[in-house]
Design a binder for this molecule. Sequence first.
Ligand SMILES: *[C@@H]1O[C@H](CO)[C@@H](O)[C@H](O)[C@H]1NC(C)=O
Ligand SMILES: *[C@@H]1O[C@H](CO)[C@@H](O)[C@H](O)[C@H]1NC(C)=O
Ligand SMILES: *[C@@H]1O[C@H](CO)[C@@H](O)[C@H](O)[C@H]1NC(C)=O
Length: 328
Amino acid sequence: MIAEWIKIRILSLNIILAITTRPDPTCLLSTWNDNGTTIVGSQDGIHGGSLNLLYNPRDLVIDNNNDIYISDTLNRRLMRYISNATEGYPIFNGFSIRGIALSPDEQAIYLSTFILNIERIERINKNGLGGSTVIVPLEVFSVCYSLVVRLENTYICDTNNHRVILWFNTNSSFDVVAGGNGWGTDSEHLQSPEGIFVDDDQNIYITDTRNHRIQLWKKGTSQGITVAGSSLALAGPGLGELRSPTAVIVDSRGTMFIADAGNHRILQWFKDETQASAILVGSTGTLGLNPNQLNKPTSLKFDSEGNLLVVDSENNRVQKYFVDNSQC
Ligand SMILES: *[C@@H]1O[C@H](CO)[C@@H](O)[C@H](O)[C@H]1NC(C)=O
Ligand SMILES: *[C@@H]1O[C@H](CO)[C@@H](O)[C@H](O)[C@H]1NC(C)=O
Ligand SMILES: *[C@@H]1O[C@H](CO)[C@@H](O)[C@H](O)[C@H]1NC(C)=O
């Protein structure tokens, strides 16, 4: 009995470890150099299909080894860059790819693929070997720029259906976990959401893109709370405003980092505040190719050292902003 109990405890501990996000390599006083270094693609924004160029990249993930994976949408390929390499190699191609996610065991990437109106979620080994497996079949969702994989489940930001669904890999069914009542601007609705982040308690942060705000749908609730931007769905360039945000990530302190795509900037927004604490990148508010400018950022992640990586989609490049922890 006791041995069995210990085994169960160990199993459940493993599960907890697997779903816990990594410790933060940053502190509340971390800053980032707002001049980015182009680590993938052309710093001049040139697009192309060679191994060192991108064409309208969308999403990015980083694994424990600091290997980077990028959905290179208009080149119809998923690129992998071994730690610090500027030239990658495709591990999947043929279909266009929007959102991508690391599986919890880190051995696979889940990708939202499409060609014509065939849209699915597929799974592929990180090294690309063995081909892909279909996880979510046709006609479940319509356009997915962002997904999160937890245990055997896949959270899918279902943009054109104005909702987030949770797909159960084990029995091929799903629950609607946010929105799903058509589009609208009140707390029960979303409007063309493009980005999601799921915390350890399974609360969902959603970039409610066409409503210009970030909504938090706590686990099991049927309404969202506005945690950044205007609850009235108004766009703007102010510190308390957003314009078509596309991606959000949240650290263990509840600080949000937001790709405010329509304002071409990255915001740091502390928990329970009514405005951003800092514009980390793009404080000019204008799109451009300078190291401190962006053109429609669509995804952001931290590497293991706390440096910020941003997909600068319309500039066809990925920018890295070095962290400064000297005040910590
Ligand atoms: C960013 O680059 C500009 C132009 O070269 C320079 O004036 C500025 O000091 C740089 N900022 C940082 C934080 O290095
Ligand atoms: C990658 O570059 C960083 C510094 O930018 C360095 O600390 C790290 O050791 C490098 N990793 C590899 C695998 O070369
Ligand atoms: C599928 O599995 C999930 C998770 O165990 C469960 O909540 C859901 O009710 C199941 N759905 C069906 C149709 O069996």
